[in-house]
Design a protein around this ligand. Sequence first.
Ligand code: HEC
Ligand code: HEC
Ligand code: HEC
Ligand code: HEC
Ligand code: HEC
Ligand code: HEC
Length: 504
Amino acid sequence: MEDSNNISRKLPGSFYNTISLIGAGIAALSFAAILFLFLVEAFAETSTPYLGIINLIVFPIILIVGLLLVPLGMWREHRRRAHAQALPSLPRVDLNIPHHRRMVMITVTVLTVFLLFTGVGSYHAYEFSESTTFCGQTCHTVMEPEYVAYQNSPHARVTCAGCHVGSGAGWYVQSKLAGAYQVYSVLFKKYSQPIPTPIENLRPARETCEQCHWPQAFFGNKQDTRVHFMKDEANTRWAYNLLIKIGGGNPEEGHTSGIHWHMNISNKIEYFASDEAREVIPWVRSTNSKGEVTVYSSDPELLAGTMDPLKLRRMDCIDCHNRPAHIFAAPNIALNKIMNNGLIDMSLPSIKATAVEALTPEYETKAAALAAIDSTIHAFYQNGYPEVATEKQAQITAAVARVQDIYAKNNFPYMKSNWRSYPNHIGHYLSAGCYRCHDGQHQTADGKVLTNDCNTCHLIIEQGDGVTVNESNLQGLEFKHPIDIGEEWKTTSCHECHGAAAGL
Ligand code: HEC
Ligand code: HEC
Ligand code: HEC
Ligand code: HEC
Ligand code: HEC
Ligand code: HEC
């Protein structure tokens, strides 16, 4: 009856109103656009993160709005007609009438197809929102430091969500809520530079790292040679060959020793950090498998008082491995590595010292840094070694490029992200790391000192420059510092002279 005035129309008359027609047009266009972009993505060689955002988030929203406009318009139109003709306010559906049957069929088909696509689409959207591209690349400048460092890390093939979200719906929802806030903070520039670390509500390592790294695994000792080059004219090489006692904590195998003893399931270490960055730890308590409790503190007042349990954090993987994926290398370390790999000409006098000097200042922008690195190094040879500057021009230029590359991979002036803002807690050379607790200052009420013995965590099995000093002993050597600092190293921690604390 409704469309008796226009037989050629296949759809109910109430469909033919401005709102529904516009809605249908919008829906059809965005649907076509989505299909088109899927094809583009399938055949394109490279993909940009924005394509994903547009195709999986923006267009589907437009599509849904369009689809919602159709019934809205129809409802309004129906009401208008019902009002005019004094009909019931809701349409009557009678399946005996062929025209009504056809209508119901069309509606059901359209809805089914739509739901199918929505299912596939939301799965893709879910996958995409968890992808490294989405997390690492869409908000470029903000995530650039973490993303670039991640790509150069041992975890470059683990997705961001693998560590930051993990599996299960609870953390998924929590991370998306946090994510929504992050999108807002990026859009309105409300984020802080650098992004604060540690992450307050990072999922417990038990549920993320341990998906891949079985906590009971026993690692034994790991041998690793640390090669250094000194800041003298000859760039003298100096190396330590360490046997790091990683160990493990599987009581069933009888192996419960070494560094990974901390994560032994039957041991519990809790600590109180007096700063947000957890760099200063004046109080720590260990509870062993027998339930015996030992409290160590560097502050007699804290030791005498009682500790508020709410202020405590239970130690897990992240407290040592705080940089498994975002490692911002210090100039000294990054240079040692590429020099050891022969990527810089070692015959250039004082190249180590000069390169460290060029990398050390906090530059305002990346461009300024790259220019300053170029001019500092060239000027050094032109002023100090004019013959070298002319004879080895090519090697100097190559060295400059390497040093600039180190800068670009580890320093992000816009976000103020670098090795100083993100210290690494493994070791004790550039930042306090293990020495936040093992500095020899933490003791129990009856004077037992938390171990600070050099051989507790590793043995130095070889050391020296290989020429004047070349010592080796599998039982462990007494540490020898490359330049004479007397007994200083016994009382002063390495990082106090070598790290950010030393103004490097
Ligand atoms: C191997 C695990 C792992 C992977 C993979 C990973 N992260 Fe992280 N991320 C961490 C840990 C651990 C921290 C430091 C947490 C802490 O100290 O509380 C961190 C910290 C961060 C921070 C805070 C700033 C900082 O550097 O401390 C950001 C931002 C971040 N990650 C982004 C990303 C992005 C983007 C990706 C993917 C491109 C990613 N992460 C992949 C483990 C990971
Ligand atoms: C999805 C699996 C996966 C997750 C999750 C994961 N890792 Fe790994 N991790 C790996 C793989 C694979 C390697 C070996 C990489 C290699 O040898 O290059 C590795 C290597 C490491 C290493 C040795 C790095 C080195 O320098 O050789 C450490 C330490 C480590 N992971 C710690 C962590 C911590 C801490 C977390 C949690 C924040 C974590 N991993 C989460 C897969 C994972
Ligand atoms: C007390 C500090 C500490 C804690 C806690 C800790 N680790 Fe480690 N871990 C170390 C040190 C130190 C090394 C050796 C350093 C190196 O390789 O540079 C290491 C090495 C590793 C390695 C590399 C082993 C290899 O053969 O190269 C993996 C993987 C690892 N840890 C995973 C974990 C996981 C997973 C957790 C949490 C369940 C964890 N660690 C907790 C200090 C710690
Ligand atoms: C939050 C404080 C804290 C930090 C940080 C810390 N430790 Fe410990 N560590 C302890 C406590 C507490 C004990 C247990 C002492 C006891 O027996 O009561 C311990 C014990 C040890 C032991 C002796 C285990 C055994 O076999 O008896 C080793 C080895 C060790 N830590 C290595 C490290 C290394 C390496 C790091 C840095 C990567 C580190 N620790 C960082 C608190 C800490
Ligand atoms: C609580 C554990 C612990 C104690 C105590 C400790 N160290 Fe270490 N040290 C480490 C760890 C862990 C590393 C390896 C860090 C890494 O993987 O980069 C390390 C690294 C080193 C290195 C190599 C640094 C480099 O990069 O070349 C030297 C040298 C060293 N330690 C000397 C000493 C001396 C000397 C003492 C005693 C005064 C000492 N350590 C006490 C845990 C410890
Ligand atoms: C009292 C200050 C002081 C202490 C403490 C100290 N160093 Fe040094 N260290 C120096 C000075 C000064 C140099 C010379 C500068 C140079 O050649 O880099 C140096 C040079 C080095 C070098 C060679 C060059 C380089 O920077 O790579 C190594 C390796 C080194 N120290 C390791 C250590 C270790 C490991 C510890 C802790 C166990 C330590 N130092 C403690 C002052 C100190």
